[in-house]
Design a protein around this ligand. Structure first.
Ligand code: PMP
Length: 357
């Protein structure tokens, strides 16, 4: 099919009322207004003598994880119901790249003669190949589109399942046919939050990770965490982070814990009337942005957007549609490269091929 795609970020900026489509890489400042309204409620003060140690007073496998953050994250999943958190080890990292590398390290085999292939079904998050290969590791290497991966020819693999998927917003399951049980899975659930997609059931995978960046929009804190079933894997991930950065900023962990706590308290306070909760607010904002974008795209013969079915969201307690943080914009037949076409009309586009937010 002669068509091409470009990605529009719907999660950056707060300029929903202006007739501007900003194709810059998404920066999830879209929720800034909500946090501004929270005023001093999220203010954190850290006395000079606090949080000085590398270690955290914790019995966790992840020895630098603050107990306040453990409590907050576990509470958050109890409120939102988007992942199974009981009997899971929590591992905290600095942003997705560190946690991704930690997961690859933990799932690969140092004694193996060949690097294990890392794959994801196309269209995949465009940073995965670069993140996998930039260290030229002898443990793992990028193996391309999971849909094309042949285990008989190429052997063991790690499949990254990003659900909802950046860039096309679809919910995903693993795709590699793994008749000989040679595969390992990483579930990147960055966008599995009620503002972006209906929460249909708690995710329950061996290794899944989430990010504070997309959960509340606080990308600057660089807090990401993994929920890991297998203790050995959690230990190896912790070792990677220990060797890489000797832990994760306690200041950031502390602030993250405070913000998540506030979010959960609000929900508990408002009970079933979640209209004032952060996620309900986020869902409304995303719905409005999608409406605006669909209105504009609907006037064009050239572009189209994916459509998504309504599904019951257990958290919102009503049917809802996916409102992905990205729009997978499709150009019709006669245009071969959607990106160049938009550039021709002076739409701003990401500076690099790898779109990220
Ligand atoms: N994973 C995916 C699928 C993403 O889309 C993004 C942001 N664009 C990230 C990871 C980055 O997350 P973080 O801020 O935690 O590094």
């Amino acid at each position: 099919e002669r068509s091409s795609h470009s990605i529009v970020s719907l999660s950056n900026g707060s300029r929903a009322n202006l007739p501007v489509i900003d194709l810059d890489p998404g920066n999830p400042t879209v929720f800034e207004e909500y946090w501004r309204r929270m005023g001093d409620k999220c203010r954190v003060e850290i006395p000079g003598c606090d949080l000085m140690s590398y270690k955290a007073p914790t019995g966790n496998v992840c020895w630098f994880l603050l107990p306040e953050l453990v409590e907050a994250i576990r509470g958050l999943y109890r409120v939102v119901g988007n992942a199974v958190v009981d009997e899971r080890h929590l591992v905290v990292g600095t942003g997705s790249r560190q946690v991704f590398q930690a997961a690859l390290y933990a799932l690969s085999t140092p004694a193996s003669l060949k690097p294990i292939h890392v794959v994801s079904a196309a269209p995949y998050y465009s940073s995965y190949p670069e993140e996998t290969d930039y260290l030229c590791s002898r443990l793992y290497k990028w193996g391309g589109d999971a849909k094309q991966y042949d285990t008989n020819k190429s052997g063991a693999f790690i499949e990254v399942v990003n659900s909802p998927n950046n860039p096309d917003g679809c919910m995903r399951l693993p795709v590699v046919e793994d008749s000989f049980g040679q595969g390992k899975l990483i579930h990147d659930l960055a966008y599995y939050w009620p503002q972006f997609t209906p929460i249909t059931s708690p995710a329950d995978h061996h290794l899944m990770y989430f990010t504070f960046s997309k959960c509340t929009g606080h990308a600057g804190s660089r807090i990401r965490w993994a929920l890991v079933k297998d203790r050995e894997v959690a230990v190896k991930m912790t070792t990677y982070i220990e060797l890489n950065s000797l832990g994760v900023s306690k200041d950031s962990q502390f602030r993250t814990a405070k913000i998540i706590e506030l979010l959960c308290n609000d929900y508990q306070k408002f009970g079933l009337d979640v209209s004032n909760s952060f996620f309900e607010y986020g869902n409304r904002v995303m719905a409005e942005r999608w409406k605006n974008l669909r209105d504009v795209i609907g006037r064009s013969d050239v572009f189209s957007l994916p459509t998504f079915e309504r599904q019951y969201c257990c958290f919102l307690g009503r049917p809802s549609r996916p409102y992905p943080a990205f729009a997978w914009l499709k150009c019709k037949e006669e245009i071969e490269d959607c990106g160049s076409f938009l550039r021709g009309y002076k739409y701003r586009r990401a500076k690099r091929e790898a779109f990220w937010s």
